[in-house]
Write a protein that binds this ligand. Structure first.
Ligand code: IPD
Ligand code: CA
Ligand code: CA
Length: 264
């Protein structure tokens, strides 16, 4: 598979930053860990990886802007392009030695995500997508699962943590979904939840209270893998509303119906 110059820039940056994360994984006692809010942690590992990503992307595309989880928004000279960066998606997993986390980078052009990279450094799994060119896992084309029976489907969700989100709403929605789904999972890294739906490991996924850096690459990944994605209320711009619901066409529609029932 021949990578475009843009995809080469993105994957090179992500691979470089991932080496820093890999070195830091399991070294929590040597990392400065702080809390951004209740249940919301950040460590020197997140910051180092973000700095590497920013420097590499800035070098290759000096005019593009940034929306970064740890360093915030930086406007670029080119107002039509900006990178959405999550240097470590799954920080809580990372800090607990749970080997399930990823880096996620999406490129927005005039409000649309046109390229996305999600990389799991522990499993060495690289998910990439470019608009109109398909989605790939380690150079092999991926598609969402074909399963259409909710009773056979495995559905992932995101749990709101202490101090965040509407816990009551989550309980209502998940108890409705639970009554129909074959199985449910909570993995703790939104970018990988989206990537796993894109490659058919998971049949559907929903979560509320996310940010553009969590979902930018994954939104494109799902669409390029033939899947459907909206926000959790069916709205068409999950990048902005920060909630997601996705799956193949049938399960996406079914999931939205169940979420609506749960919301009441
Ligand atoms: C978190 C993870 C988690 C999701 C949270 C996110 P972070 O990202 O994606 O799965 O439930 O809402 O904030 O903080 O580890 O980058
Ligand atoms: Ca995240
Ligand atoms: Ca993060």
């Amino acid at each position: 598979m021949i990578r475009s110059p843009l995809m080469t820039v993105m994957t090179d940056a992500v691979m470089k930053a991932s080496r820093s994360l890999k070195r830091d994984f399991g070294e929590v006692e040597n990392l400065q860990v702080s809390r951004k809010g209740p249940g919301d942690f950040v460590s020197a590992a997140d910051r180092k990886a973000e700095k590497i990503l920013r420097e590499a992307l800035e070098k290759a595309r000096p005019d593009y802007g940034f929306v970064m989880e740890e360093s915030g928004i930086v406007e670029g000279k080119d107002p039509s392009h900006r990178w959405h960066i999550d240097p470590l998606d799954g920080t809580t997993n990372f800090l607990h030695g749970l080997p399930h986390f990823a880096l996620s980078v999406g490129l927005e052009r005039d409000g649309q995500i046109v390229a996305g990279v999600i990389y799991d450094p522990i499993k060495d799994e690289l998910f990439i997508a470019e608009r109109g060119k398909g989605a790939f896992l380690n150079n092999r084309r991926i598609r969402v699962a074909a399963r259409s029976d909710m009773a056979e489907a495995v559905i992932a969700c995101g749990l709101p943590h202490i101090g965040k989100g509407d816990h009551g709403l989550f309980l209502r929605e998940s108890s409705v979904v639970m009554g129909y789904a074959g199985g449910m999972r909570r993995w703790g890294a939104a970018a990988l939840d989206l990537a796993y739906v894109a490659c058919g490991r998971l049949d559907a996924y929903w979560e509320r209270g996310l940010n553009s850096w969590d979902v930018s690459a994954g939104i494109l990944m799902i669409r390029e893998a033939g899947g459907f994605i909206s926000d959790a209320d069916g709205g068409s711009n999950p990048l902005v509303t920060g909630s997601v619901a996705c799956g193949n066409e049938v399960l996406h529609r079914e999931l939205l119906k169940l979420l609506k029932k749960g919301k009441g």
